[in-house]
Design a protein around this ligand. Sequence first.
Ligand code: MN
Length: 241
Amino acid sequence: MATYLISDLHLDESRPDTTRAFFDFLKGPAAGAEALYILGDFFEVWIGDDDDAPLAAEVAQQLQEYAAAGTKVFLMHGNRDFLLGEAFARRCGAALLADPSLVELAGQPVLLMHGDSLCTLDQEYMAFREQARNPQWQQALLAKPLQERRQIAAQIRAVSKSMNSRKAEDIMDVTPEEVVRVMQEHQVHTLIHGHTHRPARHRLELDGEPAERIVLGDWGDLAWCIRADKDSLELIHWPTA
Ligand code: MN
């Protein structure tokens, strides 16, 4: 039985094609899988589990049916959907997964991350990340009315967009030294993450041994996943149209 990993679908009411591609994926290649790992930025924005927009309800229902058929579903936070909570995970039949998490895939220990914490050169973002992961800050935000949270989310996205347009390409990517540090800390030779929207398999050397960092792609015209079976990991993409 295979396990699938995906990230950065950025599901949004404005992109129904991506939502459809995701549902097709659940009914197609991922049907009957042992586990499905969703490694963050599943949603373009998340303002709280009490959001009454139809997209969240539709996604929860499809995932719940998928999980009920026997696949373990795991949700990791990304930098867009860090407010996604236990209540929504339960509605999906899914479990929230810490970032980073160590799992066994293809017969080896593999570290799973969203990937934003690896972009340490982006100091502006790292400061925001620390604030956004603060439970008090989150509670204060979640206590505001839904309408106000929608406005705040739109502001945060506008500011982030204008900040990112000024940043050099290498600042927006992972810091190679941080990749090595994290992999050594967790004693793995395989790291899987998303976030950067730069899907690739990067070979590296770690303590004199071959190691690999596999980056999942974001979903748009193409969809991306990693398929893990008992002894191999495969990075796959296909057109969504
Ligand atoms: Mn991200």
